[in-house]
Design a protein around this ligand. Structure first.
Ligand code: WTA
Length: 635
């Protein structure tokens, strides 16, 4: 019997040892006993981190939707698969059973096929958090189309970049979306994006807000009439375990976003297994992850992981502050949520509000609390533990990445004793290493280093869409034979890991990864700007906020500074999205540079964070005099 459900600490250590001594045997047992395959694999694992090439369950045939839907029909047909909670609390929630989900996914898949989508085609999904979003992903998976979800808060420009990078043939969107008291014109954004996307042949539009929109002839179709005509029992396409399941874009420290490619077999096995254990999911539990499906957290832990376990998963359309700051807790009470998974930035925002918003509601159903996306600070951890968990729901601080597909370092609740701000122990099968700057692995405990992973795990991304060299250079070239995460970490006396944050030029703002380069590129396009540099500085709700140092051109010096600030943020909003706006913009006469011309961000970061007592050596700078000027005028 495989160890699918770990229940105590000794068992964790025993299974962990088994999974690292004989990873292939371990994952083979899990895959064999807990999933349905049309054909078994020829090989459990083939890997070479030099190329890099990783294949799990190669030769196996399956369809992930048969695992997430069809196989539950005999035993869980009438169980709620997706529990949809609308933005407006007075609108009725929708309980979609596994049987209904099967029908709706089949119909959507049928429509995609009718509109010419075939196995391997890319479909861009740009939808709010409504049931059709989940159904669209599953419909793609059903016919073997590769979904590329773009978070519906991204701008037209960001959307078209992503559509073009993977040559999507279709876009699925809605007329608009609700976000608290506001509505957003999603279709308008899509229309703008598509001015520049020659690969898109068809746009399917879900009606959500009932606004007047423009429909382009022979390109745009309302989806409902097509669904009404569609066939409700579409047989799933048989896929290879290593066929791509989806592309999801993440920010890099330089240049354009990276389309991380995840494949069918390994991703399914690992997300399902982590979901079961890290949330200790039991048959009748109601699980709620507050992320948006536009991020990896939503892909893995709203959709695929829960459904592969036959779980009930909540999808929430709204925001934590609407109609008031009690909304999350109202939903927990209403649906008797058992596992609640959110981000530190949400916790910090709610912790600022009156405690009445939490105390009003009955939260006694909660058994496990989760955190993801950025380091959770001690204060937020305690607030979450005291006021939401009432000190009896363990907090799982889960560290992972878009690239890793599933949770990598995390406590197992009721199994691993937790410590505030520590992601604690590597999950089953995960072999972390801390590296020093010379590239040597640091042994022992009470040490700090750069976090790498030494051995493949089933849900790791296989490549960057269209750019395998970049995949190798970004993740496999810093340290020989290791996957480099881009994060720093501390390992304490008992071997627990604490993630200390990015060591590259990615800044995490409200849990969203932002690369400095695309933001700087956007600022530099402003006609008055000569050059700029972005750094993060601590912010009590967002974790980090963005600080921009901007040098104007001589011709721009006479411009009104406040206007330039506004225009810069306007430009960033249009090109990337409002999440990348700068909180502070300081105008400078120069940027500190090394003799090789590289901007010394380390110094700028310290100044923005007001940690100027120890700036380090500035004598190697080309222009040390600008440092004093920048410090004097810091905002
Ligand atoms: C950060 C989100 C500390 C980290 C699933 C990582 C965290 C990046 C944690 C990936 C955590 C995520 N503690 N830091 N529990 N979880 N991070 O790709 O810097 O959106 O590299 O994936 O978020 O962000 P991504």
């Amino acid at each position: 019997m495989s160890n699918y459900h770990i229940k105590h600490l000794e068992e964790y250590y025993q299974v962990y040892r088994k999974s690292t001594r004989n990873p292939e045997g371990f994952w083979e047992e899990i895959a064999e006993e807990h999933f349905v395959w049309r054909k078994k694999w020829d090989n459990v694992l083939h890997w070479d981190f030099k190329k890099p090439e990783v294949k799990w369950f190669d030769g196996a045939k399956l369809n992930i939707t048969e695992n997430c839907i069809d196989r539950h029909l005999p035993t869980r047909g009438d169980k709620t698969a997706i529990l949809f909670e609308p933005n407006d609390p007075t609108e009725k929630p929708e309980h979609i059973t596994y049987r209904q989900l099967h029908k709706r996914v089949s119909k959507m898949a049928y429509v995609l096929k009718e509109k010419g989508i075939q196995k391997g085609d890319r479909v861009c999904i740009y939808l709010p958090m409504i049931p059709e979003l989940a159904i669209a992903l599953l419909a793609c998976a059903r016919i073997g189309a590769i979904h590329s979800v773009v978070f519906a808060g991204f701008s037209a420009n960001a959307l078209s970049t992503r559509i073009n990078d993977s040559d999507c043939k279709m876009v699925i969107t809605s007329d608009g979306s609700y976000r608290g008291a506001k509505t957003i014109d999603l279709k308008g954004i899509v229309d703008k994006a598509l001015e520049d996307c020659p690969s898109v042949e068809t746009v399917l539009v879900v009606k959500r807000i009932g606004s007047e929109i423009h429909m382009k002839k022979n390109r745009d179709y309302w989806i409902q009439p097509l669904l009404n005509e569609a066939y409700g029992d579409l047989v799933a396409e048989i896929m290879d375990a290593e066929d791509p399941l989806f592309i999801l874009y993440t920010s890099g420290s330089t240049g354009k976003p990276k389309g991380m490619v995840h494949t069918c077999g390994g991703y399914m096995v690992y997300t399902a297994y982590t979901f079961k254990n890290i949330f200790q999911y039991k048959e009748d539990d109601v699980f709620w992850c507050t992320a948006d499906i536009g991020w990896i957290t939503g892909h893995s832990y709203i959709l695929y992981g829960p459904l592969a376990n036959g779980a009930t998963t909540v999808m929430f359309e709204g925001v934590p502050s609407y109609p008031d700051f009690g909304r999350f807790w109202e939903i927990v009470e209403k649906h008797k949520v058992n596992q609640f998974y959110t981000a530190p930035t949400a916790i910090r925002a709610l912790a600022k509000e009156n405690l009445d918003f939490v105390e009003k509601y009955d939260l006694s159903s909660l058994k496990v609390l989760g955190s993801v996306g950025e380091p959770i600070n001690e204060e937020a951890w305690h607030w979450y533990n005291n006021n939401v968990g009432k000190k009896h729901s363990p907090i799982v601080d889960t560290w992972w990445q878009t690239e890793t597909g599933g949770i990598m370092i995390s406590p197992i609740p009721y199994v691993t004793p937790t410590t505030p701000t520590y992601a604690t122990l590597p999950f089953i099968g995960i072999q972390p290493a801390l590296m020093d700057e010379e590239g040597k692995e640091i042994q022992g405990n009470q040490v700090d280093g750069r976090l790498c992973i030494k051995f493949p795990w089933p849900s790791m991304a296989r490549t960057i869409w269209g750019d395998h060299d970049r995949y190798r250079d970004t993740y496999f070239s810093a340290y020989e034979n290791k996957y480099f995460t881009g994060d720093g970490a501390h390992r304490d006396a008992v071997g627990y890991y604490r993630i200390t944050g990015r060591v590259d030029d990615v800044i995490i703002v409200s849990g969203h990864n932002l690369g400095t380069a695309p933001i700087e590129d956007s600022i530099n396009e402003h006609p008055a700007v000569a050059e700029s540099a972005i750094v993060g500085f601590p912010h009590d709700v967002k974790g980090n906020a963005l600080y921009g140092y901007v040098m104007l051109k001589e011709t721009g010096e006479s411009r009104d500074r406040d206007n330039v600030r506004k225009e810069i943020n306007q430009q960033i909003t249009e090109q990337i999205g409002p999440i990348a706006k700068l909180d502070k913009i300081q105008f400078v006469s120069g940027l500190p540079k090394t003799r090789s011309g590289k901007i010394m961000r380390r110094i700028l970061r310290k100044i923005a964070s007001k940690e100027t007592s120890n700036l380090g050596d500035t004598s190697t700078l080309l222009n040390p005099e600008v440092v004093d000027e920048i410090m004097e005028n810091v905002l």
